[in-house]
Design a binder for this molecule. Structure first.
Ligand SMILES: NC(=O)c1ccc[n+]([C@@H]2O[C@H](COP(=O)([O-])OP(=O)(O)OC[C@H]3O[C@@H](n4cnc5c(N)ncnc54)[C@H](OP(=O)(O)O)[C@@H]3O)[C@@H](O)[C@H]2O)c1
Length: 332
């Protein structure tokens, strides 16, 4: 049996190019003692992977050149030498960007395909879902009555932030996204009170029009002019949770900072970054609270599904371009 896996072969400068990657054939590995062999069914492609393609020191180690890349994945165990995991079980793990992977059982979390569709363990009930939950509740200290603004609002994290805020009693939720179709979806399907296309005009002006009384919370997925606009609209005691800054991930020069940071003094505002990895203690609470909303359809989610290991790179680039609505998933 042959495995196909994606290797990083050179570190991208600016936008990643196909020549920076190679789809490589290798023999399917054999599991050792305490290990399982998994055939992946769904791979996650995520914006943070762009950071790992660079050699810069960060919270996660850079991908090694000439080696298979890593990422979230869900697959079926097809051989097991580990106690507690049987052939036929499904597991969530971190050995993505490949068709087959051998992993230590301690790095595999069993998931139930009967309880929820397998792909949701990578999205709405997985890492991006917990990011939305932890960032909104813990980092942004969301409370009932808040006016909430979220950027990247039609994406995996953003669409969940806006809907969670509504379900938990926000007085107004505003989202921004990069197309008129996405804006329509936010208002008509996800129940946002207002939304705008950031490509259609000034973010500051569109935000002021959508939130005439200002905002209490900004959940930042984008950075740049969105962050400056949010600071400009912040109310007294406002909180900004910095989740991501996708507008700068392919920059070759540092982006200019917000010009209006002094507003934080008069508003007593707070800006705080966070990493989902620091909030896994909320996992159980998150699943208990959000799982029923997903099951009942009160919290809606979309996935953009690309098929085939050979299209994984294109799916990843699609996330950076904004091709996706909701979580971008690769189905093998
Ligand atoms: N802190 C953490 O632990 C953590 C965990 C997960 C994710 N994140 C961050 O959260 C953010 C969202 O991640 P996700 O997985 O949910 O991805 P996503 O929102 O599903 O996909 C990324 C979206 O970003 C938008 N985008 C791309 N370039 C942009 C630009 N220049 N300006 C504004 N929007 C742009 C695109 O939508 P449009 O069509 O709207 O442009 C695209 O669909 C990312 O910044 C990511 O790095 C952080």
């Amino acid at each position: 049996m042959t495995n196909r896996e994606w290797h990083l072969v050179s570190r991208p400068v600016g936008w990643p190019k196909p020549e920076d990657f190679a789809l490589v054939e290798t023999p399917v590995p054999t599991p050792g003692e305490g290990q399982v062999l998994v055939r992946n069914k769904y791979l996650s492609v995520d914006p943070y992977m762009r950071g790992r393609m660079s050699a810069a020191k960060s919270y996660a180690a850079p991908y090694e050149l000439g080696k298979v890349m890593q990422g979230g994945a869900v697959g079926e165990v097809i051989a097991s030498n580990a106690e507690g995991i049987e052939t036929g079980d499904h597991v969530l793990h971190f050995f993505g960007w490949r068709e087959y992977g051998v992993l230590d059982a301690k790095n595999a979390v069993k998931v139930d395909p009967e309880a929820a569709p397998l792909s949701t363990y990578l999205g709405v009930l997985g890492m991006t879902g917990l990011t939305a939950y932890a960032g909104l509740l813990r980092t942004a200290s969301f409370k009932e009555g808040d006016i909430v603004f979220v950027s990247g609002a039609a994406g995996a994290v953003g669409s969940q932030v806006g809907q969670l805020a509504k379900l938990m009693g926000a007085s107004r939720v505003i989202g921004s996204a990069g197309s008129d179709d996405k804006v329509k979806l936010l208002v008509e399907e996800y129940g946002f009170d207002a939304a705008f296309n950031y490509k259609s005009g000034s973010v500051s002006e569109q935000l002021r029009a959508a939130a005439p009384d200002g905002i209490d919370v900004y959940f930042d997925n984008v950075g740049g002019d969105h962050l400056e606009a949010a600071i400009g609209s912040l109310r007294q005691g406002g909180r900004i949770a910095v989740c991501g800054m996708i507008s700068v991930y392919n920059n070759t020069e540092p982006a200019p900072g917000p010009r209006n940071l002094a507003r934080l003094i008069q508003t007593r505002g707070r800006i705080e970054g966070f990493l989902v990895g620091d909030h896994y203690d909320l996992q159980q609470e998150f699943v208990q609270k959000v799982g029923p909303w997903v099951a009942s359809g009160e919290l809606k989610y979309r996935e953009t599904v690309v098929e085939g290991i050979e299209n994984t790179l294109e799916a990843f680039l699609g996330v950076l371009r904004g091709d996706n609505i909701g979580k971008m998933i690769v189905k093998l």
